[in-house]
Design a protein around this ligand. Sequence first.
Ligand SMILES: Cc1ncc(COP(=O)(O)O)c(C=O)c1O
Length: 437
Amino acid sequence: MTDLRADGAAALEWAARYLERVSGLPVLAQVKPGEIRARLPAAPPEEPEPFEDVLRDLDELLMPGITHWQHPRYFAYFAATSSEPAILAELLAATLNSVAILWRTAPASTELEALVLEWVAQLLGLPGGWHGHIEDSASTSTLAALTAARESTGREFVVCSEQAHSSVDKAARMLGMSLRKVSCDGEFRMRPDELGDLTDAAAVVATVGTTATTSVDPVPAIADACETAGAWLHVDAAYAGSAMVCPEHRWAFQGVDRADSLVVNAHKWMLTPNDCSLLWSRRPEDLRRAFSLVPEVLRTPEAEDALSLSEYGPALGRRFRSLKLWAVLRCHGRAGLQDHVRRGVELAAMFEGWVAEAPGWELCAPRPFSVVCFRMRGEDERNRRLLKRVNACGEIFISHTVLNGRYVLRLAVGQMRTTEEDVRAAWEVLKREALEL
Ligand SMILES: Cc1ncc(COP(=O)(O)O)c(C=O)c1O
């Protein structure tokens, strides 16, 4: 049995205490596959159990299996933050359980979603009037965009760079479309002179902030080629899009105003917890043609005037995701979002400087935003062993990539709680473990 007030207070206290103590926990879960499952009962309880038992087992059984994304020394993949206003809004959204299958089932959710997408468009300097909605992930956003591109062009192949995210490959595979990869220049940006003949291309996916190095494809030249060939331009700015809240990073969005669709993950660098992927399009009618399917049971008298966002993407039942983003935008404001991005970029630049000056280490790619690609000079195997040692110690968590056939380490700053001391600690751990190899 659950008492919402008493158990709710305990859960909130748990959340607040967790955020206070998370920096003292090992960042990467120090368990083996299957270990957590083995601690849990194989069958569900027959009788109701008190919520306090759930909270107790979260601590005792599950916590060892948590990799702490909220840890200030989380530097792997793209570090992300679930900030306090969004944590609270998630509770409220679950309380309301608005399910936006149609406008009438969730008018506030639907209209707030459209509004917050307009707000974020303003914050990022995007053109006015684009249609925007929220998908669960950039993978789904890109799938939706490519579905619309095929609908719009009647063509069957997709073009992206060899540095594009695997979600483009996955979307093409799911849609049965073929994919051609364009090579990159020395700084991991798509080479527009290698785009070739696009007359059969449904879409070109350009990336602003690639996953490995955060490189920025030359969107204006790619937009020219798309325009000439009548191909759809989809821009994947899943990570770096949030940085456009700062005018000094807007150079990276040059030409994005010519995109047919754009994805930015608020759940990456915009202080919003998973899942919250923002998809805009200046061709909403193509999305609607691709996805609108309204069976008799879902027909409503107001259908003509009201916007049902389920007609613009794969899902019918849609969560009230805009509530948490609204809370983030209101409680951090433009200034808070800018501070967050700037601090991340500054800390990454600091780390980059230390690597650049250290004998025996090298930088492996330019650093436009808050991700540093680096390695120990010498064999890949030593770098591989270093990564393993560093992550096993639990003090920091970083990840890797492969660039030009070489094994490369990646340090991604993006956690709101990360300070200079944390980045300094990461560098000390790396140097210490390198000596132990
Ligand atoms: C550039 C880029 N696009 C797409 C994705 C996929 O994001 P999601 O996990 O929201 O599907 C990522 C993930 O890191 C990414 O870096």
